[in-house]
Design a protein around this ligand. Sequence first.
Ligand code: HEC
Ligand code: HEC
Ligand code: HEC
Ligand code: HEC
Ligand code: HEC
Ligand code: HEC
Ligand code: HEC
Ligand code: HEC
Ligand code: HEC
Ligand code: HEC
Length: 299
Amino acid sequence: MLVSAILPAFAADYVGSDVCKTCHPDVWANFYRNPHFKSVASGKESPENTGCESCHGPGKAHVEARGGKATIVAFSQLAPDKVLDACLRCHSKTLSRANIRRSSHTEQDVVCSTCHSIHKSPAPKFLLAKAEQRDLCYGCHTSVRAQFSMPFKHRVNEGTIKCTDCHNPHGAFDPTSKMAERPHMMEQSEGNEQPCLKCHIDKRGPFVYEHGSVRVEGCDTCHSAHGSMNARLLRRPVTFTLCLECHNGVGQQGSFGVKFNNGVQRTPSDHNMADPRYRNCTSCHVRIHGSNTSEFFFR
Ligand code: HEC
Ligand code: HEC
Ligand code: HEC
Ligand code: HEC
Ligand code: HEC
Ligand code: HEC
Ligand code: HEC
Ligand code: HEC
Ligand code: HEC
Ligand code: HEC
């Protein structure tokens, strides 16, 4: 067990980052580029918030022992939850909003140092991530890679968009309204909207006539966000089968104006499904995501 992790630390136990330099020159050599160097550069923080010791704890015992893993906070020896505690001491403000302690990653012991490398991140723009984001995530989520290689997809592999445009690897923000129904650590845009609306702003509305499913269940009821065999990332190869999943009338005679117990309007009986013209639902219901002028989404 780590002495420094249990014993209360006194100011006198802090030796300052300069002392570490002599025995860990390789770590020190890159440290000036690290955002955590700011505390050293400014010299304005208290010892427990400055430089090496802000994460590794007070160094006196370690230096006196001329090294050792039990004399200092050594992350290689820490249990995942202790790593989380060490980092959240400073990062709780932003990351707790993401409910990081309850995220699926945390639950599976995927913690800060699994994804971030403080000393060996390959490029500054990776925000201390161990690898370029895509490769980092695919490292564990291998099946997702295949989805982004489908004929229709968001171009993550081509670098146009990133996993974190839609997900927050730290967890989901406090769920409100429909977001409560969304697991998968979905990132949210302003006002707790679905992340999709950040980019597809024309789908945002509010519309005078909302399509219930778009607003309530969300974009992924009809679209496979990663990739699909079907154009427009649709979940079904033919559009009308998608529509009929909800507007089906479940075995009852369809007729205009009659609502069903699930509240979804059945497809009217004058829509002859044997007629190919009718099967192309969105050729008439063109504003399928919502409309300001037509309750049936015609324009
Ligand atoms: C923001 C927290 C943080 C700061 C600040 C920090 N370290 Fe680390 N250090 C870590 C973590 C986490 C690891 C575990 C390996 C990793 O994730 O890169 C580590 C690993 C190490 C190791 C083990 C060898 C290695 O490279 O993995 C040494 C030695 C070390 N740090 C020394 C230092 C020194 C010296 C400083 C100051 C120049 C320093 N650390 C500043 C978090 C920090
Ligand atoms: C007199 C030399 C010396 C000084 C000064 C020194 N260290 Fe070390 N440190 C070592 C040695 C040697 C080891 C390797 C211990 C081992 O592998 O068992 C070590 C190991 C570590 C580790 C554990 C790495 C791991 O494997 O997880 C950390 C963290 C660390 N040092 C941080 C620091 C920090 C922070 C400072 C400054 C406060 C510091 N060291 C100052 C010699 C030193
Ligand atoms: C003593 C407080 C403190 C501790 C402990 C701490 N950090 Fe930080 N961290 C900071 C500050 C301050 C910044 C810089 C914020 C800024 O530039 O606005 C930062 C920035 C970062 C960044 C952003 C990198 C970038 O390029 O913008 C990451 C990632 C990060 N920390 C991860 C960690 C991890 C992982 C740990 C635990 C091993 C940790 N931090 C522990 C204070 C801390
Ligand atoms: C599953 C991988 C993963 C885990 C676990 C993880 N991060 Fe991150 N983190 C990332 C990625 C990827 C980014 C870059 C996001 C981007 O490019 O927008 C990031 C960005 C950050 C940033 C900078 C941007 C921001 O959101 O503020 C900080 C700070 C940070 N992480 C700290 C932490 C800390 C502290 C922990 C543990 C408590 C942690 N991360 C756990 C993957 C992870
Ligand atoms: C365009 C937005 C978007 C992007 C970009 C995106 N995702 Fe997703 N992801 C989603 C949505 C929406 C779901 C929920 C889908 C569902 O329920 O079928 C999801 C579900 C998941 C899941 C859980 C379900 C499963 O398939 O196992 C994982 C894991 C995942 N995404 C990982 C990733 C990774 C890794 C990346 C980057 C390589 C990524 N996602 C990029 C939107 C996105
Ligand atoms: C070290 C392995 C590892 C890495 C790296 C990793 N994940 Fe995960 N991820 C997991 C595990 C384990 C789970 C939980 C089990 C599951 O659902 O597969 C998970 C779950 C998820 C989920 C589903 C959450 C849910 O509630 O259904 C998403 C989304 C996700 N990860 C996205 C990402 C993204 C984005 C990255 C890259 C920034 C990433 N992961 C990096 C291991 C990892
Ligand atoms: C970071 C911006 C961004 C986010 C977030 C985003 N998209 Fe996209 N989306 C795009 C871009 C750019 C394209 C253009 C396709 C390309 O890259 O080839 C696209 C294409 C699409 C298409 C296919 C359009 C066509 O004409 O074939 C659909 C459907 C789609 N996105 C749905 C979604 C859904 C659903 C979500 C949320 C889960 C989402 N998008 C999140 C940027 C984004
Ligand atoms: C009720 C099912 C359904 C829902 C829910 C849905 N879409 Fe669509 N979406 C469609 C259909 C069907 C098409 C193809 C329309 C066509 O072929 O004319 C489409 C096409 C698209 C396109 C490409 C064509 C265009 O209009 O730009 C984008 C982008 C898109 N949807 C984004 C979204 C976003 C973002 C959401 C969530 C806000 C969403 N969709 C929710 C059914 C849906
Ligand atoms: C996930 C379920 C779902 C799917 C899939 C779906 N809808 Fe809807 N639709 C609804 C709900 C809920 C409403 C609003 C409740 C109502 O008035 O029936 C609605 C309303 C409508 C309305 C307006 C009805 C009215 O009386 O105001 C039309 C037209 C419509 N949908 C057409 C379509 C078409 C075309 C498709 C296929 C592209 C489709 N819907 C796919 C659930 C769905
Ligand atoms: C040729 C144009 C056309 C096509 C194609 C079409 N519709 Fe319609 N749809 C209409 C018209 C016109 C109405 C207005 C009421 C009516 O005619 O019953 C309507 C109304 C609706 C309504 C609302 C019914 C109500 O009672 O409020 C639903 C639901 C609907 N259509 C679903 C679909 C579905 C699902 C498809 C594809 C299988 C489809 N429509 C294809 C023209 C079309």
